[in-house]
Ligand binder design. Structure first.
Ligand SMILES: C[S@@+](CC[C@H](N)C(=O)[O-])C[C@H]1O[C@@H](n2cnc3c(N)ncnc32)[C@H](O)[C@@H]1O
Length: 327
């Protein structure tokens, strides 16, 4: 019998997140992406505070129970989506918090477990659902039209060969349904070759696109930022760590909008009549924090991480975007 190697998830940019949050005794924080609890643990160790930790993956919540028991009531685990953080913690009687951390994406427990179907590195069912419910990546790959697949792979994977990959998927599935990660990776390799000169696998972008689509990750992120705006107390800190340019762009433009620092429109354009509400955030630091060389050497998965920090003003939250209208 083969044994599964032990999976560990190394928290990314954790020191920088902790420095930005500056946990204080008696305060309440939200870890919107509990994962393996790296951020929650760091916050709980830094002060005598309380952490509400949320994850949409039931496995992450189950794994965290030991930590919650050890924290003696200071760590409250909630299964759910961070797009709902304000409502999830309100159900526990909490209306405002001093800091929120979001570490977007998937954990090593998800990517390194072939049974979860996120990775082309080891064969497994083509699943990719963080919540273990809803449509799987296999459902998507076997049902969308060629045009829809090409658009999805281009939009969420930024894959320039999206049309060729979509065509290969459609002809392969006419022979037999695509149900395994290895099967899909082989179809992509056959469609576009191995690119031996490139460090990243040719299936990387297509797998990223499917994962984002299956879990509506960009819709979740947009709504999560709005929920954070509603939940943070004045002077509360928001920390968002993202791992690819689509996510980081979304965070950057949300914070630019909400801090009133959107680029001024061209003087050749007619003046805008609509006035925007007062800024709900200010940005203590321009730009994103990146991992240092030592962190990248110790944890190569951190290399694309970007942390953006924003501090809540006392302005009222902007009107809420309805779910489904954001992606
Ligand atoms: C990168 S990991 C977080 C790792 C964590 N910071 C740590 O140090 O262990 C991301 C986690 O967020 C969860 N997640 C992703 N999107 C989510 C969402 N919309 N709502 C709640 N949890 C989400 C994933 O299931 C995963 O466990």
């Amino acid at each position: 019998m083969t044994s599964t190697p032990e999976i560990i998830h190394v928290p990314v940019l954790a020191e920088e997140v902790l420095r930005a949050l500056e946990p204080k005794d008696g305060a309440v924080y939200v870890d919107g992406t509990f994962g393996n609890g790296g951020y929650s643990r760091a916050v709980l160790d830094a002060a005598d505070c309380t952490v509400y930790a949320i994850d949409r993956d039931p496995d992450a919540i189950a794994r965290g129970q030991v930590m919650a028991a050890e924290a003696g009531g200071r760590l409250i685990l909630i299964e759910g989506r961070f797009s709902e953080i304000d409502r999830l913690v309100a159900a526990h009687g909490v209306a405002q918090v001093s800091g929120i951390a979001l570490d977007i994406g998937i954990s090593s427990f998800q990517i390194d477990d072939p049974a979860r179907g996120f990775s082309f590195a080891a064969d497994g069912p083509l699943d990719m659902r963080m919540e273990r419910s809803g449509a799987t990546a296999a459902d998507i790959v076997n049902s969308l039209s060629e045009t829809e697949l090409a658009e999805l792979i281009y939009r969420f994977g930024e894959e320039r060969q999206s049309r060729r990959i979509a065509a290969a998927i459609v002809s392969a599935r006419a022979v037999e349904a695509i149900t395994r990660t290895g099967q899909l990776a082989d179809i992509i390799i056959r469609a576009i070759g191995r690119r031996p000169d490139k460090k990243t696998h040719v299936a990387t972008k297509t797998f990223q696109a499917l994962r984002i689509y299956v879990n509506d990750e960009l819709g979740e992120l947009r709504l999560g930022l709005e929920a954070a705006e509603r939940l943070l107390a004045t002077d509360g800190t928001l920390c968002v760590v993202s791992f690819h340019s689509l996510e980081d762009k979304l965070v950057k433009s949300f914070l630019a909008e909400r801090s009133g620092s959107l680029p001024t429109p061209s003087r050749h354009r007619p003046p805008q009549r609509r006035s925007t509400p007062p800024p709900t955030f200010f940005l203590p630091k321009r730009g994103a924090v990146k991992p240092g060389r030592d962190e990248i050497a110790a944890n190569p998965r951190s290399r694309s991480a970007r942390l953006r920090v924003a501090v809540r003003t006392d302005a009222a939250p902007w009107p809420e975007t309805r779910a489904g209208a954001s992606a």
